[in-house]
Design a binder for this molecule. Structure first.
Ligand code: ZN
Length: 424
């Protein structure tokens, strides 16, 4: 059975915006449309975890008394802490390991004006306290979260109550705005999708200093600039900064704009035990993965929503319908054609994986009507690849070859459309 993603279900408390207004000095409009100047934001300066398997406390020092809202998510067990947009100036390895009930945690921007801490917990927990204490006696303001062990039954009961209470509360705003007017501009629209963002860093390398989310954003910006320079395409990106975007939103973003090509950009990792693999790989969507590595990779990439604290609880797959399946067949043909063009172009200039064309069940490639590929630029776990991935020269060269493939793709499509119009 296909397991789809449903629209974003994460919610912010109704009081959340009010908190933003009073404490961060933002207007509602500003909170919706753009990030405030960094200097106006509260800063998290330290974070620590104490306790044991029965009770665990997380404390984070902040430069302002901010609002906080906490809730739990099941399967896997997570605790999500939503706070106003905060600058995290925490030690680089903060959150990689936990203690007591906390296995690990991560943090980052999930929307303009809103940051989030996502805690992976070892077992079902109850949130005993989630509050921000005022600065006092030379001590900074502190976010304090107390967790206590509980059983699954109690955890699930609480979750159900939470869901009812939160119905109608504020959601992470959808990035997919109403359809853009084409205003006579008939150039094809290309969506570039830099993977990960915010609390979801993607793969890490260089002792934790080099993050996939940044590497792929840099590359995506280069690719966008080169495509725009050709003057032949309109180009939009699912994110241009370090904000988390749920997987389903990325797909929706491309569909609502009637994009004619969707390119998701990632950078892979493999444990040393798997050998020193290198080179770029192009992925298309398939129900059955082309090999075990592709299956594992899709599984990792599809975990993005779990990592960023999105509620995965059941809703039907909006892509599972016969008419869409028909559209899907044509889209698949185009996706494969573009993937082959990419490999053909990149073969001469960019290091490719020994088997550069693969397929697997990536959620982000599931638009039934937008030809979509996911490119893994290389392996961040491979020294040589990492050097290339982080070099401006390589980025420009690799993006250049991708532009060539894009040009061929649209030339062929256009020729095909004219030929079939001529037959009519
Ligand atoms: Zn990735």
């Amino acid at each position: 059975m296909r397991r789809g993603r449903r629209p974003v279900a994460s919610r912010f408390a109704t009081g959340f915006c009010a908190v933003l207004l009073t404490l961060a000095g933002l207007s509602a409009a500003a909170a919706q449309s753009r990030a405030p100047a960094p200097s106006a934001l509260p800063v998290a300066t330290d974070i620590r975890v104490a306790g044991d398997e029965k009770q665990t406390r997380l404390v984070m020092d902040v430069t302002a008394t901010i609002g906080v809202r906490a809730f739990t998510l099941a399967d896997p067990y997570r605790v999500v802490i939503d706070i106003p947009q905060t600058v995290f100036q925490l030690p680089p390895k903060a959150g990689e390991t936990g203690r007591g009930l906390i296995k690990a945690y991560r943090y980052g921007l999930v929307m303009a004006g809103g940051s989030r801490i996502v805690i992976d917990v070892a077992k079902p927990v109850r949130i005993e306290k989630a509050a921000v204490l005022d600065a006092r006696g030379g001590e900074p303001a502190r976010l304090v979260v107390d967790l206590a062990a509980t059983d699954r039954e109690a955890f699930m009961r609480h979750l159900a109550l939470d869901r009812t209470a939160m119905r109608g509360s504020v959601a992470i705003p959808s990035i997919a705005r109403p359809q853009e007017k084409r205003s006579g501009d008939l150039r094809p629209l290309i969506v570039i999708d830099p993977g990960h963002g915010g609390p979801d860093t993607g793969t890490k390398a260089g002792g934790g200093d080099i993050l996939e989310k940044n590497v792929v954003l840099d590359f995506a910006l280069t690719l966008r600039d080169q495509l725009e320079k050709s003057g032949r395409y309109r180009v939009v990106m699912t994110r241009t900064d370090d904000t988390f975007i749920p997987l389903a939103e990325r797909v929706k973003f491309a569909r609502q704009r009637q994009a004619e090509l969707f390119i998701s950009v990632h950078a892979d990792a493999l444990p040393k035990s798997e050998g020193d693999v290198q080179g770029a790989t192009i992925y298309t969507l398939s129900d059955t993965a082309s090999d075990a590595e592709a299956a594992k990779l899709a599984e990792d990439e599809n975990r993005s929503d779990v990592i960023a604290g999105i509620d995965l609880a059941k809703e039907p797959d909006d892509v599972a319908d016969i008419l869409l399946d028909l559209a899907h067949r044509e889209t698949k043909t185009f996706s494969h054609a573009f993937a082959r063009l990419l490999v053909g172009e990149m073969r001469n200039t960019v290091r490719l994986h020994k088997k550069p064309l693969k397929s697997a069940g990536f959620v982000v490639l599931k638009a039934p009507d937008v030809p979509s590929v996911l490119i893994e630029l290389g392996y961040m776990t491979n020294r040589q690849d990492l050097k290339l991935l982080t070099s401006e020269g390589w980025r420009a060269k690799a993006a250049g070859t991708m532009v060539q493939a894009v040009e061929q793709f649209f030339r062929t499509r256009l020729a095909g459309a004219e030929a079939s119009a001529g037959r009519r």
